[in-house]
Design a binder for this molecule. Structure first.
Ligand SMILES: O=C(O)CCC(=O)C(=O)O
Ligand SMILES: [Fe+2]
Length: 360
């Protein structure tokens, strides 16, 4: 009997190129293999990009962690696909609850503007500590296919976390900060909000209307490693450097620029914790996701994100080093969990039914 063809949504071999004629951002391409080999010029480029826009391409070939990310990001997307195709009620058994970001976020869970327009993106967030813990010590239940995939998830999380910590170590050295201090805030086995997020966004509905899949935001954590295969990600042309609780909308004039996916590369961006740690020396770029323009927009869009976040119990006070302006000594610095809860509360204005503050 012929094998029944499975219908697949994640089909990167079939995607057309990103179309010409749209405003795109020029990001630098930095080689992970060179960074791991201690190449001083490449390390300097990382530093410059992180002080600048806070976004760059990371070329993955030629080293083991890079090759794990390049290869297994496809497996991650498939884990998401396998989940997203289930009936809504089934998916909602794994819905976000309480303060935890882990599990399923349905499309339309947030509002994207004052008129109350809902977002179009679905997320499935798989927690690092649950995947690294013994199977009987996970904090919540996970679909069977996710539990079965624990070995590949573990390898992916270790590779992505390791890349993030490598980048943070380079930045610490450049800033005259004790690299051990940066590492102490990011030990892999300690509890943190690190997770693999698989996102799914439906095709573009109209040519002119940008349906928002993920509204404008900056990431909360320290480093984000993103794999995507279709356009859709946009960065705000100007970035502010305030790690404040904000409404989630651009606070400096500018325009949205497309980020073209680059084969063989991850996209690295810094999050607000990196800004807070460095008193604004490093930059966390504002971004959002809408369907790609042109022919790419006809496809369902998947992305695979790994968020490196500080350990829950570590405190968020600024790091001290010759490259960081001295801020006031914080008497009772917030823990990461408290700080993230505060930021999430700011974005809580996006939850349907909650009043949207002025300015949003
Ligand atoms: O899907 C993408 O390209 C980016 C997703 C993102 O920014 C996020 O989940 O924080
Ligand atoms: Fe993001």
């Amino acid at each position: 009997m012929p094998h029944k063809e499975e219908t697949r949504e994640f089909t990167p071999d079939l995607y057309p190129d990103f179309p010409e004629g749209f405003p795109t951002v020029e990001l630098q391409t930095i080689s992970l293999a060179k960074l791991l080999a201690g190449d001083a010029a490449e390390q300097e480029r990382v530093f410059q990009e992180c002080k600048g826009r806070g976004f760059f391409y990371l070329e993955l070939a030629g080293c083991e962690p890079g090759e794990i990310i390049a290869r297994d990001s496809h497996t991650m997307a498939r884990l998401g696909e396998e989940f997203f195709k289930r009936p809504f009620d089934e998916k909602m058994k794994y819905a976000w609850s309480g303060n935890s970001l882990l599990g399923y976020k349905h499309a339309g869970a947030t509002v994207t503007d004052k008129a109350g327009t809902r977002d179009k993106g679905e997320f499935f967030n798989i927690g690092k500590n649950d995947m690294l813990a013994p199977v009987d010590q996970m904090s919540r239940s996970w679909p069977e296919h996710v539990v079965e995939a624990r070995p590949v998830l573990q390898a992916y999380m270790r590779a992505a976390h390791g890349i993030g910590v490598e980048i943070l170590g380079i930045l610490a050295k450049k800033l005259g900060v004790d690299p051990q201090e940066m590492q102490r805030r990011h030990r892999i086995m300690e509890l943190s909000d690190d997770h693999v997020r698989i996102t799914r966004g439906p095709p573009r509905e109209t040519e002119e209307m940008p349906e928002i899949q993920t509204p404008s935001h900056t990431d909360f954590g320290t480093v984000t490693l993103l794999m995507n295969w279709l356009g859709g990600l946009q960065v705000w042309s100007e970035s502010s450097r305030t790690a404040i609780v904000d409404s989630g909308l651009p606070d400096v004039p500018g325009e949205w620029l497309w980020v073209k996916p680059k084969p063989g590369c991850a996209i690295i961006n810094l999050g607000d914790a990196a800004v807070k740690y460095t008193n604004g020396v490093l930059c966390s770029g504002r971004h959002r996701v809408i369907p790609s323009p042109g022919a790419q927009g006809k496809w369902v869009r998947y992305s695979v994100v790994y968020f490196v976040r500080p350990e829950n119990k570590s405190t968020m006070e600024q790091l001290r080093g010759k490259g960081i302006p001295e801020g006031p000594v914080e008497e009772n610095p917030l823990t990461t969990s408290e700080w993230i809860a505060q930021k999430a509360y700011g974005l809580g204005a996006r939850i349907p039914g909650k009043p949207i503050p002025e300015g949003l």
